[in-house]
Write a protein that binds this ligand. Sequence first.
Ligand code: PLP
Length: 432
Amino acid sequence: TLTSVERDTTIFDLINKEQHRQESGIELIASENFTSPQVMEAAGSVLTNKYAEGLPGKRYYGGCEVVDEIEQIAIDRLKSLFGATWANVQPHSGAQANTAVFLACLNPGDKIMGFNLAHGGHLSHGSPVNISGKYFQPVFYGVEAETGLIDWDKVEKQALQEKPKLLICGASAYSRDWDYARLRNIADQVGALLLADISHPAGLIAKGLLNDPFDHCHIVTTTTHKTLRGPRGGVIMMRNDFENPFGITTAKGKVRMMSSLLDSGVFPGTQGGPLEHIIAAKAIAFGEALTDGYANYATQVAKNAQAMATAFIDKGYKIISGGTDNHLMLIDLRTKNGVDYGLTGRLAENTLIKADITINKNMVPFDDKSPMVTSGIRVGTAAITTRGMVESDMARIVDLIDMVLMNHDQEAKIASAKTEINTWMKQFPLYV
Ligand code: PLP
């Protein structure tokens, strides 16, 4: 029987080791978070056994009555979280969600215009190493060297020249808000569809802390595991469904709605069976995000990011664009108070991890170093806020980061920072 299968201690020992790593350090990777125990319980449930190609009520497999209910709850909760009228909760990841949108909206070779990866954009918005850049023709807009901000006038000028079929907004490392109304105006001038990928700030948008993309963007995608604090995955949403502008009709000659093309873009377009265990976990996370407790959390994430940015600036670090509106910031390590300390993103990442501070190296706009070295680091407050940290803790984190970076060749000092951090983090229990 299944219960007599020998336990795989090799893997479970490693899982325990990873749990210890997560609990004992300071997690500042902007795209990470800690899910609730009930989210993990659903992700590890019997639902992983079920095939359910299709959509609730319209499946290609029998026995889907229960997963139909679960998936419908996930859809309904997500719609109410963002004020959307249509959602697909099946994409296995954020990149999958974007690929499904491309398949629904574009033909191979069509032009897409997205935010430059080297300025903080995402691979799935047209990078030549991603399907989005191989099958479509990408052009990119970026930030200004002096301000670190996107100049919407320049985006407009470029879009009028390039005439993309799809204009994409959203980023992995942009700390400022987006002017969705302006972007829609630009998209309308060139007949482009406008896609917002809100993977990073989704939780802050859901709680009204940032501009709302839904009234302006035709389609919105997001991951579910960053600020939203759900299981790893993606979703696609629309506030207003509309007839597809490409003249694609049904067998009966009716123009297909965009929602129908997007559903097909996910399955059978880019995926097979949905992960119903993950969809159940998404449903739980969306339920959690609908609570007042989560609204307080999202507000605290933003407050912590502000406090952290201020603490870095007070120490003389250069933050791209001079601050943050959301949960993250990009720090240019080439100088501190105008002095070159020989720091790179790679050196910072490799040194901070010795003290159990996890960050990621990141290119800064107009970086002169390679993506494997980089001049910057990206830090975010989503995960540490889940642990219960508040503004006053941010200055101490920045003190520790600064101490480790300024003493990157002093192993004893780094070891003492690690001891301090491991002791400190016991005050913020995670999975008791
Ligand atoms: N879109 C943006 C803006 C992201 O930052 C990310 C992940 O970092 C993704 C998409 C991809 O998500 P996933 O890793 O789930 O494919």
